[in-house]
Design a protein around this ligand. Structure first.
Ligand code: CO8
Length: 258
């Protein structure tokens, strides 16, 4: 689907797999990569044959941050003039579930990209942080917001102000990642999660993702109203009929995505 060498893609039935592939720079996220990633995710989001996306890094690094080379000489106005936050907005707007397969470094923009994913499976080798403070800046793509919501103020301050890396075990303990697995299983476990999601009713998956994200972004009452609306709308889908019928008939449902 893309010729971009920094992103490798594979479609495995209903699962679209994207691998970040800049190993020499620990998968640093440059501007072209982010644009191509947003393009790809939008294409898969619009493709009815795809139910779930799996975004993977490499064994040594998921992504060690935005590419510092892109920013080193930029002025504030240069940064304002760039369109780069548009790519993050496009990834934020993806409606289908994204499973992250994380091993090694997930730092800066890498940690922020990880937090844009919905289920995060991480190797026990992972090192996660927002070390921008070490290079004279601060997180720019949600690191102070999503991290704080996930781990709370005390740990977020330690990570954002102190540049401390969290181990995988700490990230799990503080609610930043979904699962931690032994290093040899980081990818296969994430793929297993994606395969499981791919058996779920696609319309309800998208509604449930939107609703969980609402819990992060909206006030609770607004989230509950939206949750209720999405919940009730699902009763117009064939998959809801099939899913409940299958439960009562004690058989496996056959979801069609409509
Ligand atoms: N950008 C560019 N190159 C990088 C990056 C990066 N973020 N991280 C690593 N590299 C490169 C290194 O320069 C090195 O290249 P070379 O071999 O040519 O010298 C190669 O990757 C290997 O790295 P190291 O030799 O440093 O490997 P170590 O094992 O010694 O250290 C670390 C690994 C600790 C991960 C170290 O590389 C490091 O500290 N990297 C930078 C981490 C960082 O500061 N990340 C935050 C970047 S800023 C950011 O993400 C802001 C996001 C804002 C949102 C987006 C804006 C729209």
């Amino acid at each position: 689907m893309t010729d971009a060498p920094h992103l490798l893609t594979e479609v495995d039935g209903p699962i679209a797999i994207i691998r970040i592939n800049r190993p020499k720079v620990l998968n640093a996220l440059n501007l072209d990569l982010m644009k191509d990633l947003a393009d790809l995710m939008e294409q898969y989001d619009a493709d009815d044959s795809i139910v779930v996306m799996l975004l993977a890094g490499g064994e040594r690094a998921w992504a060690a941050g935005a590419d510092i080379g892109d920013m080193a000489t930029a002025s504030a106005q240069d940064m304002r003039d760039r369109d780069q936050f548009a790519q993050w907005e496009r990834i934020k707007a993806v409606r289908k579930p994204i499973v992250a397969a994380v091993s090694g470094f997930a730092l800066g923009g890498g940690c922020e990209l990880m937090m844009h994913c919905d289920i995060i499976v991480c190797s026990d080798t992972a090192k996660i942080g927002q070390p921008e403070i070490n290079i004279g800046v601060m997180p720019g793509a949600g690191g102070t917001q999503r991290l704080t919501r996930a781990v709370g103020k005390a740990i977020a301050m330690d990570v954002v102000l102190g540049g401390r890396f969290l181990s995988a075990a700490e990230a799990m303990q503080h609610g930043l990642v979904s699962r931690v697995v032994p290093r040899e299983h980081w990818y296969t476990e994430a793929l297993a999660v994606a395969r499981k999601l791919a058996t779920m009713p696609p319309v309800a998956l998208r509604a449930a993702k939107a609703s969980v994200l609402n819990a992060e972004e909206d006030h609770l009452s607004g989230g509950l109203v939206e949750e209720r609306r999405l919940f009730m709308d699902l009763f117009d889908t064939e998959d809801q009929k099939e899913g409940m019928a299958a439960f009562m008939e004690k058989r496996r449902p056959n979801f069609k995505g409509c």
